[in-house]
Structure formats: C-alpha cells, structure tokens
Design a protein around this ligand. Structure first.
Ligand SMILES: Cc1cc2nc3c(=O)[nH]c(=O)nc-3n(C[C@H](O)[C@H](O)[C@H](O)COP(=O)(O)OP(=O)(O)OC[C@H]3O[C@@H](n4cnc5c(N)ncnc54)[C@H](O)[C@@H]3O)c2cc1C
Length: 289
C-alpha cells in the first residue's frame, strides 16, 4: 500500500490535513457488488478488529464527485454538500493528496437486532464519525464513472431506487451529475436540457421541481407512494419529452427486482423496442445491484 497524505472534511468542518493509506489494488472479490461494476467506487477499511479478532473487511462506497471536482480544480473524484440536507445521510469530502480528492455520500447504518440490541454498522459509523486529522485506509478508486449524456440539450431522467437511497449508494453518482449540470462552469458545456430526478428529497435548488420519497409519501388515493406511482403520475410530463427533438437519457440505480417492476408501469409506448433504441444510442444506463 502506498501512503499518502489527505484531507477530510464534512459540511460543518474545515479542511484539515490527515493521513491515509491509499492503494490502487482492486477491491477483494469477497465484497458483494455488481458484476458489471461500472460505477466508480472506493473501498474503505475501517479501523479496529471484528469479533474474530481480524481486521475489518473493506466496504465499498460510490464516488459522488464530478470530474472537475468540488474544488473546481479537476482533481476531484467526488460528492456534494447539498446531500447533507438529506436526513441521516452524511456527506464527507476526502482529499487524498494534492492530486486527488473524493467525496462520498454515506448513510449511517443503525438498526435494532432480534435481541433488541441497537447495532451500529462498522464502516458507515466509522466514516460518519471521522474528524479532520483521522487516518483512513482507502483502496481505489476503481470502476468507471457513470457517464453523463454527451448532449447538453437532452432530457435526462435519473432514478434512484428507494432501497439504495437508504444506503446512500444510489444518490452518489447523480450528485455528481447535478453538480456538473447546475453548479459548475465549463467553457465547452452548458446544460440546457431537462433533468428529472426521481425519489430524492430536499434538494435545495431551483432546478428541482418536485421529489418523491418512496413509501414515506402517499399517493392521491392515500396509499403508500412507490416510485413507480410517482413516475406514473408524472408520466405524461416525462413522456412528453419523448416527442422532443432529443431522446431522453435514462440513468437509473436500483435493484434487479425494482428494475423489472418499474419499466412498463408508466410508459404507454412499445417499451421493449424503445429501450432497444435507447441502448443503441447509448442513452440507457442502468446499474443494478
Ligand atoms: C458498489 C457499492 C457501492 C456502495 N456505495 C455506498 C454509498 O455510496 N454510500 C453508502 O452509505 N453505502 C454504500 N454501499 C454500502 C456500503 O458498502 C456498506 O455496506 C454500508 O455502509 C454498511 O456498512 P457498515 O460497515 O456500516 O455495516 P456492517 O457493519 O457491515 O453491517 C451491515 C450488516 O448489518 C446487517 N443489517 C443491516 N441492516 C439491518 C437490519 N435492519 N436488520 C438486521 N440486520 C441488519 C446486515 O447483515 C448487513 O450485512 C455500497 C455498497 C456497494 C456494494
């Protein structure tokens, strides 16, 4: 492992130097992740030992930074401050060294087990409790970035599965998209399209017109709101963009089951053929876990 200095900060703290061990080794196969691992991730090895007295295993975290980076210096592999407004999701920014930074979106895992004991997830709590100056073992980054559509005039439909929002996994790549589309200034890129982001709440930005929080909201019939229902309610608006000059780009992060359930529910078109067209045009990016 190669040692390198880095900085860590969260929304409420200033950047402060800390030390990290950074490796470019691929994460061990034991970590469960998508076979087609396209999304950029880093592996974190939390401090301490497990119940068998062995060092904790690595956990993966999606990169939530755009290529330009949170510091606008093209050195960031990252995630954004507005995610801090999402309840219970902790945004942390890790600056590996002078040439690479990364931001993560980490959901603190706390649950009550069958014995009634409160259990804290090892790595998520380790990360959420990091203070500037702490030492962290990091592997990576590995995997590719989830690519944004090349056409700046496109309609982009971003969908995060509820189960992955709950872990922070799903929102991370879209944070980087939104950052590039609405916050960064590029000489050769200005987003003039339409962006739909389903599921995420509390995004304090004028470009976000609505949000849906699966199961926390109710639909018009007073039933639990699932993302499919919300999308169906917006189908006319979303599908309206199908007839635009540009074809929308779909980019979704979700589970396999959810993916199957979602597809035909709100599209009153020949979805199979349409999906084929989108794939051919590289406008269909779906990550399933
Ligand atoms: C490709 C990939 C990307 C990821 N990206 C992110 C990300 O961006 N942000 C993020 O926050 N996480 C992400 N994760 C998840 C992350 O790797 C960790 O799994 C997560 O943070 C929990 O780790 P932990 O060490 O805190 O929990 P652990 O100590 O590992 O505990 C997790 C275990 O607790 C048990 N458990 C959890 N909840 C319950 C419950 N309600 N009842 C009973 N048992 C339960 C389960 O056995 C589970 O396996 C990603 C995972 C993958 C595979």
């Amino acid at each position: 492992m190669q040692a390198s200095s880095f900085h860590c900060r969260n929304a409420s703290s200033k950047v402060a130097p800390i030390r990290a061990e950074v490796s470019t080794e691929a994460p061990p196969k034991k970590e469960k992740h998508s076979k087609k691992q396209e999304e950029g991730v880093v592996g974190i090895i939390p401090d301490g030992i497990d119940k068998n007295g062995k060092p904790h295993k690595l956990r993966l975290y999606s990169i939530a930074s755009s290529a330009l980076g949170d510091l606008d210096d093209s050195k960031t592999v990252r995630l954004a401050p507005f995610l801090c407004s999402l309840e219970e999701i902790h945004s942390s920014f890790v600056d590996f060294d002078a040439s690479l930074q990364v931001s993560l979106c980490v959901k603190r895992l706390v649950y009550t087990n069958d014995q009634g004991e409160v259990v804290k997830g090892v790595c998520s709590n380790f990360l959420c409790d990091l203070t500037p100056g702490a030492e962290v073992k990091i592997i990576g980054p590995v995997g590719k970035e989830m690519l944004m559509p090349k056409d700046p005039n496109t309609t982009i439909i971003m969908v995060v599965c509820a189960c992955l929002l709950a872990t922070g996994t799903g929102i991370a790549p879209f944070r980087s998209f939104l950052w590039k589309m609405f916050f960064e200034k590029h000489d050769d890129y200005k987003f003039n399209g339409l962006a739909w982001l389903y599921l995420v709440k509390g995004m304090p930005h004028e470009h976000v017109v609505d949000y849906a929080v699966s199961r926390e909201q109710t639909n018009a019939q007073g039933e639990k709101m699932y993302i499919q229902t919300q999308m169906a309610e917006y189908a006319r608006k979303s599908c309206g963009s199908f007839s635009r000059r540009t074809t929308p780009t779909y980019t979704c992060v979700g589970s396999r089951e959810w993916r199957k359930a979602l597809t035909p529910s709100w599209a009153r078109i020949d979805w199979v053929e349409y999906e084929r067209q989108l794939k051919r045009a590289e406008q269909w990016n779906v990550e399933v876990y």
